[in-house]
Structures are given as structure tokens and as C-alpha cells.
Design a protein around this ligand. Sequence first.
Ligand SMILES: [Zn+2]
Length: 352
Amino acid sequence: MKILQNILARIVAVVRLDYILNEIFDHFIYRNPPRGKFGPSPFRATRYARRFQILIYHKISPDAHPFFRPLDPALFEKQIAFLRDSYNILNLQELVERSQHGEIPERAVAITFDDGYRDNYTWALPVLKKYSAPATLFVTTGSIGNRQVLWYDRIFDAFRYATTKRAHLRNLKEFEVDLDSEASAKRSLELTIRRAKQLAGGARLKLVEEIEQTLQPDLRSNSRVPMLSWDEIREMQQAGVRFGSHTVTHPILSRVEKAQLKMELTESKMELEAHLKMPVVGFAYPNGQPSDYNEDVKKLLWEAGYLYAVTTNPGFNTVYQDPLELRRGQPWQKDMGLFRLKFFLQRHRREF
Ligand SMILES: [Zn+2]
């Protein structure tokens, strides 16, 4: 299966089959609906509707973190160069607005980044500028400009720089972290993160602190991932990058109380708008899976003045897609041929 996939990927790249098929689909098969008319049969209409894809990136850096590996800048550049060449990169907000008017352009894609890592400024911005590629960053405002590290990065770093091999976590019902081998460390980490996501803010913070106390990470020589500063954000804005909210503290929104939920949505928006001096109408759900948000969250987003929200559900979007549940794909293939192939398949079939 894998060999077949590799051969197919090679063929696609050599004859630019993806480009040719996209041209054919966008000219002869996929259509924008007549102005204001999104019917009559949603299923059939969705199947033949013009579509656009959204890519999600996180860290872009040469740092080889064993537990949360960033995308290598050289590979990032290859992907952007390819998208610039074979697709039509648009600003996400513009794309969403055009979609709502039934005017999705051909081969449309948008590029997004989550969390607000400083390496987006150091490594991604030069590439975005070089290829004149518009992008949108969704930032967790509580960690901007104050050297605070996101809660899961604290866990990743505690595991990476641990000075002990074993730890009993009382906050996880005597769960034992085992760092004897790479495999056991990864297993322990996966379980810890999964359970930490289920905890509410205060309990999760307690757990993070316990992990740091028990694993005693040596953080002196580390390259702790600092987040962006407001100056860097403004500089990126001047270079054409747009910004959206990714909450204040990055909680799983389906698990927080209504008062906190409201604070996460409104305060992040207000702070961004105060610094950027422009309306902020885009939002990215932390974690972004269907169980991480719900109708209450969507309703509050709408009331807070957001016009669109992105998830981490893979697939393409059409005019029929709920603007508060836009799909995004993750470009995790290291091989450019496979990246191209997967990106193409994701454009035409939801399952990819
Ligand atoms: Zn995030």
C-alpha cells in the first residue's frame, strides 16, 4: 500500500496531475451556486460545489524536540513554494467572506498557524514574505509578551529535560511516568496529555506543577519555546499577516464553565483588537476536535462578534460548510510528493 502510494505520489509530481485535475474540476465540475441560491439538493450541491482548503501549522523551527517536533523551516518553504505555484493562496477572512457570497475562487487555499509561537516570526515570516503568501495566526493571548509557556509545552519540556526517570503523579491517581525508554516516555506523555486535557483550568495547573516538581526538568540550557511579543505581532501585521483569537489560556472549551468561556472568547478578542487596531473576527478552537466545542460555544462566539471559526477536522470547505466549523488539514508528510498527493485527495474526498 505504502509503495503504491509512493509511486502514485511520484507520478502526480512528475506530470503535475494534481494541477491538471484541479483545473478540470474547477472549470467543468465544481461550481459556485447562483448568487444567493445554495440549493436545491444539499448533498448533490455539496458534491459539486467549489471548494477551498485550510492548512494548519504550529511550530516552524529546526529545533528537534522529541515530543512536539516542529516543522523544519526548509520543508515549510518547500510547501509554501509548491502552494504558491500550484494553488491560489488567499487570506482566510477574505476567502470565508467570498465563500459566503458563493464566490470561491479556483484552487483556493488559506494558510493558518495556531498558538502564536515566536518561531512563526523567526522562521515562517521570511518565507511568507518571500512568496507573498497571506497567512492568519490564531494566538493564545494570555501567553503573548510575558514569556509564559503554554500548559502543554510545560509538560512537553518537563518530559524532555527531566532529570529523573520515574515519577508518581498524585494528581493523576498515582499514575507512574516512566522515562526509561523512548517508547515508554512517549506512552507516558500521551496518557498525561490526554488526561490533562480533561481537567479544568485550576486542576490542570496543579498537575503541570506536580509534573515539573517530580520530573525536575533542567531548564537552564533549554530552548524553551517563547511565544510572540506584541511588537513581533504588529510587525507581522504590517507584513500582511492577519490575526485571530485562540482564547486567553488555551482550555478545552467544551469543558469550561460559561463565565470562563465568555472571558476566553471576549478578552482575547478585545486584547487583539486593542493591539492591532482592527476588528478581529476569526477564531480557532483549542485542540479543535468535535468533542472540544459544542453549540453553546458556537452561540457565544457568534454573540461575541466572531464571523468564522476553524477546527482541526480535516477535509475541504464549500459554501455549505458552517462558518463556525471550518475544516483544516495538517501537512505532516515529510515527503513533498506525499504532501502533494494527500493535499490533493483532501480537496476531493472528505476522508483524507
Ligand atoms: Zn492550540
